[in-house]
Design a protein around this ligand. Structure first.
Ligand SMILES: *[C@@H]1O[C@H](CO)[C@@H](O)[C@H](O)[C@H]1NC(C)=O
Ligand SMILES: *[C@@H]1O[C@H](CO)[C@@H](O)[C@H](O)[C@H]1NC(C)=O
Length: 346
């Protein structure tokens, strides 16, 4: 009898519980639905945000690197001999194995080793062949050799341009030139224009490479890509974007603090792309004891090098570097600078 009472009690409780749940199941369902709706919605929004920022992040390369402009830049690279410049085509590999295409434009063999060598980093569009007019001017006015570097993803170089990749290319080009016994390792000039300026600054601010660089020349380059984005897009909002949002940063302004090599800042005051104030900011932040800001009144972004007195100013800077190094006692011999006395624009 007692057992029967207990069983009905248990069944009764169970039934009550099921009924309770059943009564509330409508609510549970609503809760489940809400959970799914809210959670799923958040998830969808997160996913959407993720995808959108992902697209924005990765599309940035397309706004910075223009290896296809003008068209055929990836297949046709003008050769230095068309301007009467003796040269060798050189290929070297970056430390990550990417094959880099370069021109070594050299003085006549008897003078090659006596001449300084410029490692030339070009801007963000076209290929190195589009800088040959400028190279001819450097070649004849400064009597120098030129290693013209074509970044990965440009011209006939392999790969795809990225910020880190361009830095690797810069290292590889300096390593290459120092592997040659027929150039003077004491007079390596690193030159960079526009984007190339940021590549040059990165290289020269690295301790292991700074000691190998005689002097640095940068022209119409920017303080950083985030700064340029603010200039070009003019969104006040951009100020609040964290740095990691920028795929390509090229933080030259910060690297100026680590720069110790003699540096010439060439600033075209009519530059309509990179604001000339950026060159002044870089100059002011540079910690090198030997630095010079050369402001060229009519200099435009791409064509400052065509201005009157451009090569002469460069030659004077290099002469000063030699004299000052001599005074520091770095050189025991008198240096012959007679070759640079008749500098002219051609
Ligand atoms: C290389 O450059 C240094 C520094 O200007 C100079 O003292 C030296 O004589 C040069 N070497 C040759 C072979 O010209
Ligand atoms: C500089 O030249 C490149 C092509 O080499 C061109 O795309 C760019 O618009 C020029 N910039 C200015 C400011 O003229």
């Amino acid at each position: 009898m007692g057992g029967y009472v207990q069983l009905t009690r248990v069944l009764g409780t169970l039934l009550k519980m099921i009924l309770k749940v059943w009564a509330y199941s409508g609510l549970v369902l609503v809760f489940c639905f809400l959970l799914y709706y809210v959670y799923g919605g958040v998830f969808a929004v997160v996913l959407l945000f993720f995808a959108l920022t992902g697209v924005l992040y990765h599309v940035q390369d397309n706004f910075l690197f223009y290896p296809e402009l003008p068209s055929h830049s990836r297949v046709y690279v003008p050769i230095p001999s068309t301007l009467g410049l003796p040269y060798e085509t050189v290929q070297t590999r970056g430390s990550d194995g990417v094959l880099i295409h370069m021109y070594f434009i050299h003085q006549p063999k008897d003078r090659q080793r006596l001449s300084p060598t410029i490692v030339f980093f070009h801007g963000n569009a076209g290929n190195m062949g589009h800088r040959l007019q400028n190279c001819r001017g450097l070649y004849h006015n400064l009597h120098c050799n030129i290693l013209l570097v074509e970044y990965r993803g440009y011209g006939l170089s392999e790969g795809h341009p990225t910020e880190e990749g361009l830095y690797l290319d810069a290292k590889a080009s300096l390593d290459y030139i120092l592997s040659r016994s027929d150039v003077n390792h004491s007079e390596i000039i690193v030159f960079g224009r526009s984007l190339g300026g940021a590549v040059a600054v990165d290289l020269a601010s690295r301790e292991e490479y700074a000691s190998k660089i005689w002097c640095l020349v940068i022209e119409n380059t920017f303080t950083s890509i985030p700064d340029m984005a603010k200039v070009l897009l003019g969104w006040r909002l951009l100020q609040y974007f964290p740095l990691f949002f920028y795929k390509n940063k090229f933080l030259s302004y910060h690297k100026m603090k680590f720069l110790r090599v003699p540096t010439l800042f060439i600033s075209g005051m009519a530059d309509s792309l990179v604001p000339p104030r950026m060159m002044s900011e870089l100059y002011n932040n540079c910690r090198s004891v030997r630095k010079q800001l050369l402001q060229i009144p009519d200099g435009t972004h791409n064509e400052t090098w065509t201005a009157q007195g451009y090569y002469h100013s460069l030659a004077v800077f290099l002469q000063n570097c030699r004299i000052q190094m001599e005074e520091k006692g770095d050189f025991s011999n008198k240096i012959d600078i007679s070759g640079w006395n008749n500098v002219q624009n051609i």
